[in-house]
Design a protein around this ligand. Structure first.
Ligand SMILES: [Zn+2]
Length: 284
């Protein structure tokens, strides 16, 4: 678990967070593991999904069919947590509980939410929010950019509900955080800050539902992890910044413990971004 917490705010290769999460779960020797992975529909997010499949799903999840393992996945415009997803995910993977073992069963449920942001290296330094797509600079995450621009950047899709959902979710963050970022953060960092806020906001929504979902597993001992990350889409291999890690447990016959969220937080006035050998470190 400490290995995972140490990654908060530190841009690392895509395997780091998933491997640290896998090790933390493995150490608890769970009987059943279930997982939900939330990513954006953007084709640039294939690397993030592939690494989670290879380094977490293939190692820890039960086989759905002979030789085939899969997470419950939510792939949508802007990596939005879809209400109900945790409940259905827990319902599905709880069915994998082995019936021949009666003592000390542990169910572990993992939710990984990835927002994403492109990075463009320019003569003036890195610019977040743009990705060289098929040789052309392109908004990335486009859905997040459209939500923040009030749909203007996708004017041919003015009524896309996903963009309105994202804008509403960001506006709901205390102390007018979204307005602060829009007005006070350098344009080169603005989309990074929005991606950090968005991932944590979605993780909060997922945590609330995961608590309710595992409370329904009355007799089970349960361990839960909700990890929010920002994937950084680069011309080379993508990278990832863990922005929050939330943990809670549930004893058999009891209620879930109070979730403990560690991360950069939802106050962008506290964020400080620096570059060390072109890798980003953000503190909160
Ligand atoms: Zn996107």
């Amino acid at each position: 678990m400490q290995e995972l917490l140490d990654l908060i705010g530190l841009e690392s290769d895509l395997r780091s967070a998933t491997t640290a999460l896998c090790r933390a779960v493995e150490r608890e020797r769970p009987t059943v593991v279930g997982a939900l992975h939330v990513t954006c529909s953007d084709e640039a997010e294939w690397e993030t999904a592939a690494v989670f499949q290879r380094d977490f799903v293939e190692r820890l999840l039960p086989s759905l069919k002979l030789g085939q393992k899969a997470a419950f996945r939510s792939v949508n415009l802007g990596s939005r947590y879809e209400s109900g997803a945790c409940r259905v995910m827990v319902h599905h993977f709880a069915l994998a509980e082995p019936k021949h073992i009666e003592l000390d069963l542990l169910h572990t449920y993992v939710v990984k939410i990835n927002s994403h942001v492109g990075i463009l290296e320019t003569a003036d330094g890195p610019v977040f929010g743009q990705f060289l797509r098929f040789g052309h600079p392109s908004a990335c995450c486009g859905a997040l950019a459209a939500a923040i621009a009030g749909n203007r950047s996708f004017s041919s899709f003015p009524d896309t509900p996903a963009f309105a959902d994202i804008a509403e979710s960001l506006a709901d963050i205390p102390d007018h955080a979204a307005a602060y970022v829009r007005q006070n953060v350098a344009e080169s960092l603005r989309m990074l800050y929005f991606a950090v806020l968005h991932a944590q906001r979605q993780a909060l929504a997922a945590t609330r539902e995961l608590e309710r979902a595992v409370a329904e597993l009355k007799d089970a001992r349960v361990s839960c992890y909700v990890v929010a990350g920002v994937a950084v889409n680069r011309p080379g291999p993508d990278s990832e910044i863990v922005v929050s890690v939330t943990r809670f447990d549930k004893p058999p016959g009891g209620l879930p413990s109070q979730p403990e969220m560690r991360g950069l937080g939802l106050d962008p006035r506290r964020y400080h971004a620096t570059f060390d050998l072109s890798r980003l470190r953000i503190t909160g």
